[in-house]
Design a protein around this ligand. Structure first.
Ligand SMILES: Cc1cc2nc3c(=O)[nH]c(=O)nc-3n(C[C@H](O)[C@H](O)[C@H](O)COP(=O)(O)OP(=O)(O)OC[C@H]3O[C@@H](n4cnc5c(N)ncnc54)[C@H](O)[C@@H]3O)c2cc1C
Length: 423
């Protein structure tokens, strides 16, 4: 990958004094042991300074590739630098699949899981819920392995770990037999106004996303992904032309009105492999708008209609800086820093124009308007919610801070972002 001074969006300039691309785990161990400040970096898709350091920034993208499938146990073990795109193609070629993917496959598995990256689906947890075991290099340079079988409590604490406890060199993920998905986009969905209506829409498929600017009475697009096959999802082949009053599009669409749909995965109900339908964007193409900032807030599912009504009430305020908003469902889990910790959630995503001075005041207003619903921000995106408030939103954040001090007593993995989050 090579040294990159900035993150994918270009809004964060990294302050690392040195950049390394070790090829072996031994090299990672020596690097970490001899560093005073060190930080792993994945594919740099986070929108904040979570992956930054003033010392040594370590990318595992050059690590000797490892993809070891165990079909009996339904697992795959991968190295800490692999991206979903590479892993997904390999799994599919070998008849296997991951349960879910984010909107793009371009991101690293370790980086995505460290920030609780997610796709959609009322029965789908975030991507870190697939992690069954991790091997990592501690601040002292030791190699440690933990697993759901032997250390369930530690896995809950560290899987969504923000890169704060070590450099993850290996992950074991749950997999299943490969499956096909049909993706259909519907236009002009009447705004769901009750929790019951929204639940029904979000549960109407394996993975459902709503795209809106909040400017219209209707939701502009409903993206419905159903597992193909006669019995899948109880939905059968996706031949319906209307869902909840929305109409099936007759041409491929981009979530952002007016952008060409070429970078998007195939739609129009045509079945295709899971990894070519679950993400919205195809590998090899620019995902999303390419010129953007992002934020995302998670609220409890039953509070989501209230959140939608708040967002509509401030739509005039949002409009000048909002490119598109996406609404997704994520299942509850037990991981300490998961935004879905013990809370089945609806995630409200915002793709902003690429101008932080213009976006920041709008985001601050939006976050305070939603504050009564106790929204939890995405760790890899932009937020104005401060550390003390975060402590009240993530009930295990303080305990996480204490645990991190045990694993990293000299604060080797600490950076300004973590200092702000953990205090
Ligand atoms: C266009 C676009 C679309 C996106 N879509 C989605 C989406 O659909 N859903 C969603 O939830 N998010 C989405 N995101 C956000 C993105 O998934 C997260 O920011 C994710 O963390 C990116 O992974 P990364 O590999 O780039 O991590 P980075 O940004 O490089 O790093 C993130 C964190 O992971 C840590 N880390 C990375 N590798 C390791 C390692 N080996 N060991 C220990 N720690 C490590 C870093 O230290 C850092 O703390 C999107 C981002 C972009 C730019």
């Amino acid at each position: 990958m090579g040294f990159a001074e900035r993150n994918w969006a270009g809004n964060v300039r990294f302050g690392a004094a040195r950049f390394h691309e070790p090829r072996t785990v031994d090299e990672v161990q020596s690097l970490v042991a001899s560093a005073t400040k060190v930080r792993a970096v994945g594919s740099r898709h986070s929108f904040n300074a979570i992956a930054d350091t003033v010392g040594d920034q370590v990318s595992l993208s050059a690590l000797v590739r490892l993809v070891e499938i165990d079909t009996q146990r339904g697992t795959v073990t991968v190295d800490g630098g692999i991206k979903y795109a590479e892993l997904a193609s390999y799994l599919h070629e070998h008849g296997m699949a991951l349960a879910n993917l984010a909107s793009l496959p371009h991101i690293s598995v370790a980086g995505a899981c460290a920030t609780a990256t997610h796709g959609s689906g009322v029965t789908n947890g975030n991507l870190a819920t697939a992690v069954l075991a991790m091997q990592f290099v501690t601040s002292g340079g030791d190699l440690v392995e933990i697993s759901r079988d032997h250390d369930p409590g530690l896995m809950d604490a560290l899987t969504v770990g923000l890169g704060a406890f070590g450099v993850v060199t290996r992950l074991t993920l749950a997999i299943e037999p490969t499956f096909d998905v049909r993706q259909t986009v519907y236009e002009d969905l009447p705004m769901p106004t009750s929790a019951g209506q929204l639940d029904e829409v979000m549960a109407d498929g394996y993975s459902v996303s709503l795209f809106t600017t909040w400017c219209h009475d209707d939701i502009e697009q409903l993206w419905r992904k159903v597992r193909a096959g006669p019995e899948a999802d109880g939905a059968g082949p996706d031949v319906s032309t209307r869902r909840f009053g929305a109409t099936a599009a007759t041409r491929k669409l981009h979530p952002i009105k007016g952008l060409p749909a070429g970078p998007c995965t195939d739609q129009l109900g045509v079945a295709g492999p899971w990894h070519e339908r679950l993400p919205h964007f195809r590998i090899g193409f620019e995902p999303s708008s390419g010129e953007e900032l992002q934020s995302e807030l998670f609220v409890a599912s039953d509070e989501a209609p209230e959140a939608m009504s708040i967002l509509r009430s401030i739509r005039v305020f949002l409009a000048p800086v909002l490119q598109i908003s996406e609404v997704r469902a994520v299942a509850a889990d037990a991981m300490w820093l998961s935004p879905c910790h013990r809370r089945a959630s609806i995630a409200f995503h915002f793709t902003w124009i690429p101008s932080w001075p213009q976006v920041e005041p709008v985001l601050a207003t939006l976050e305070s308007a939603l504050a009564p619903l106790l929204p939890r921000p995405h760790w890899g995106k932009l937020s104005t919610i401060t550390g003390p408030v975060l402590q009240t939103r993530f009930e295990r954040l303080e305990a996480f801070g204490e645990l991190i001090t045990e694993w990293d007593p000299t604060g080797k993995f600490r950076n300004a972002y973590l200092d702000a989050v953990l205090g």
